[in-house]
Every structure is written in structure tokens, then in C-alpha cells.
Design a binder for this molecule. Structure first.
Ligand code: NAD
Length: 299
């Protein structure tokens, strides 16, 4: 008999993820506050229900993909108190990007009720969610990590255990802080070359084979026209929004405050993305994050 998944939060990411669970043969009971997203899930083969509690009724797994930590805590603990309605044998996988402490609080509340919990934030954007090629960074016991694999393998291509509950979020925060740093560094270096008469394609080719090579240069060149099929060559539309990068850099700062770590490069990147978002009196939060190039090019 096919296993039942309750899916809560069917937005840009969750919609594609739930559709891939259906394709893999799971029965998916879907809930979202937005009717349009619920309808899209229905078209993808999910059963749409009108409240979160109905979605978890009889579920083997619960997957959530929600905007932030306050909402995740409210869904599971305070507001909907969903943990109390989840069957005891079920495994909860929260894939939202939230603070490690949010995950640990939900994990501890789940443990008290005898419900299994892992945090499983993702790397990869909307396209990877739709294609089922996300990377998952899991925080939880080894046993729960093993139990989460059938679900995660239906939605992703790379699955890692980072440590205990909360560790998935720490890994995600570290990764995205580094991404923000090398993307802004790459944009800065490319603009210095352009301002000194270099063709950005020629400079990119040189750096790709030199010690400045990095993921942003290899896969996501921020200068329009250098690379095909990336947001910079599409008016910085699609991809990973500046606002989401700022959210992740805020989580990095919060984590660093808690652990008393120094993150001068992460703080600088956060300032740069904030400056970019608010420059020229126009909110650029909806543009792809590689649009940080525009801060340097002054376009
Ligand atoms: P989104 O805003 O498109 O989707 C969130 C969905 O949650 C919405 O459909 C909203 O209606 C629903 N929702 C909000 N409160 C709810 C509640 N109480 N009950 C049920 N549904 C509720 O956001 P998204 O882009 O899909 O991102 C989701 C998560 O994934 C975020 O934590 C984000 O940081 C993370 N993430 C996003 C990307 C990306 O590229 N978009 C990449 C990696 C990680």
C-alpha cells in the first residue's frame, strides 16, 4: 500500500516538491492558506484539504515548506498545534529555511509527544524543486535520517546528514553565507576588470582556469551576456531572490550572535545585499541575487 504524506506549504518550492512525491507514488494530502496554490497541487495529483489537521490525519510522513521560523513554530506548536494531531509513528520533515533554534524547539516539542522530527532545509531553487534535484541537509538522529530517505530521494538528488536536530539549518546557513560572499566577490572582481577595459567573458574564462575560480563564476556568472540560461542574461528574473538571500544572511548573523562567532565577510555581504536592495529608491528584493553586479556596475 502506498504511504501517505501530509504536505503543508505549497508555494514556489513546496508545489514542485509535492508534485514529485505524487510522481514517486505517494498519496499526498496537501494544505496551504492560499487557494491558488492548493488548486495547483490538486492539478498535480495531490488531495487538497481545507485545514492542516485534516492533512496529517493518518499520515506516515509530514513535510512542510513554510516561509519562516515563526510560522513553522506556529503551525507545529502554538497556533495549529499540529504536533498533537500527528500520528505517533509518523516522521515530520521540515524543509523550510529557519533558525536552528526554531528547529530545535519544534524537535523538542515533537519528542515530548513521541513524534519523530528532522529539519531538512534545501539547496537549489524553484527549478530544482520542480525537477526533483534538490540537495537536502538533514538534522536528526541517524535512524530518522535513514527513515527520511524514501521521501527525500523522491524530491532531491543529494541527501546529507549534517548532525542532530538543527544541524541541517546550520549547514544551510553556512552554505548560503559563503554563496553570498563569493557571488559579491565575483561581481566586484568582474566589474574591476570591466572598468579597466577587459571583456567580462575573457576575464571570466581566465579566472575559471585560475585560482579565483568558484561556483558563482562557473555556474551563475552575474554579468549579463557572459553565460546563457542564467538570471543575469534574463534581466535578473527567476533564480534566487535578493530578499531570500537577505533572510538567510539574517539567520547567519543570528547564529553567529548565539555562538559569539565573527563573520566579518558574511556581515559585509549582508550590508552589500541590503545596499543593493534599497539603492536608487527602487526595491530590488525580487531580483535574482546575482543582480548584486548592478551595485558595482552602477547600471
Ligand atoms: P512561498 O512564499 O512561495 O511559499 C510558502 C507557502 O507557505 C505559501 O504558499 C503560503 O501560502 C504557505 N503558508 C504560509 N503560512 C502557512 C500556514 N500557516 N499554513 C499553511 N501554509 C502556509 O515560499 P518558497 O519560495 O516556496 O519558500 C519556502 C521555504 O523554502 C522558505 O523557508 C525559503 O527560505 C526556502 N527556500 C526557498 C528557495 C527559493 O528559491 N524559493 C530556495 C531554498 C529554500
Amino acid at each position: 500500500m502506498s504511504k501517505t504524506v501530509a504536505f503543508i506549504g505549497l508555494g514556489n518550492m513546496g508545489g514542485g516538491m509535492a508534485a514529485n512525491l505524487v510522481k514517486a507514488g505517494f498519496e499526498v494530502n496537501a494544505f496551504d492558506l492560499m487557494e491558488a496554490n492548493l488548486n495547483a497541487a490538486k492539478e498535480a495529483g495531490c488531495t487538497a484539504v481545507d485545514c492542516a489537521k485534516k492533512a496529517v490525519d493518518g499520515a506516515d510522513y509530514v513535510v512542510s515548506m513554510l516561509p519562516n521560523g515563526a510560522i513553522v513554530e506556529s503551525v507545529y506548536i502554538d497556533g495549529d498545534a499540529l504536533l498533537e494531531a500527528i500520528p505517533k509513528q509518523a516522521l515530520v520533515l521540515d524543509c523550510s529555511t529557519i533558525a536552528p533554534d526554531n528547529s530545535r524547539r519544534v524537535g523538542a516539542a515533537a519528542e515530548k509527544l513521541g513524534v519523530q522530527f528532522v529539519d531538512a532545509p534545501v539547496s537549489g531553487g524553484v527549478a530544482a524543486a520542480a525537477a526533483g534535484t534538490l540537495a537536502f541537509m538533514v538534522g536528526g538522529t541517524q535512524a530518522n535520517f535513514e527513515a527520511s530517505k524514501p521521501i527525500l530521494e523522491a524530491m532531491g538528488a543529494n541527501i546529507f546528514r549534517a548532525g542532530d536536530v538543527g544541524a541541517g539549518q546550520v549547514a544551510k546557513i553556512c552554505n548560503n553565507m559563503l554563496l553570498a560572499i563569493h557571488m559579491s566577490g565575483t561581481a566586484e572582481a568582474l566589474q574591476l576588470g570591466i572598468d579597466n577595459g577587459l571583456d567580462p567573458k575573457a576575464l571570466s574564462d581566465i579566472m575559471l582556469k585560475s585560482s579565483g575560480c568558484n561556483w558563482s563564476l562557473e555556474k551563475y556568472n552575474p554579468v549579463p551576456g557572459v553565460m546563457e540560461g542564467v538570471p543575469s542574461s534574463n534581466g535578473y528574473q527567476g533564480g534566487f531572490m535578493v530578499d531570500l538571500m537577505l533572510k538567510d544572511l539574517g539567520l547567519a548573523q543570528e547564529a553567529a550572535n548565539g555562538s559569539k562567532s565573527s563573520i566579518p565577510m558574511g556581515s559585509a555581504a549582508r550590508n552589500l545585499f541590503n545596499l543593493h536592495k534599497n539603492s536608487d529608491g527602487e526595491d530590488k528584493g525580487g531580483r535574482d541575487f546575482s543582480s548584486i553586479q548592478q551595485l558595482f556596475s552602477r547600471d
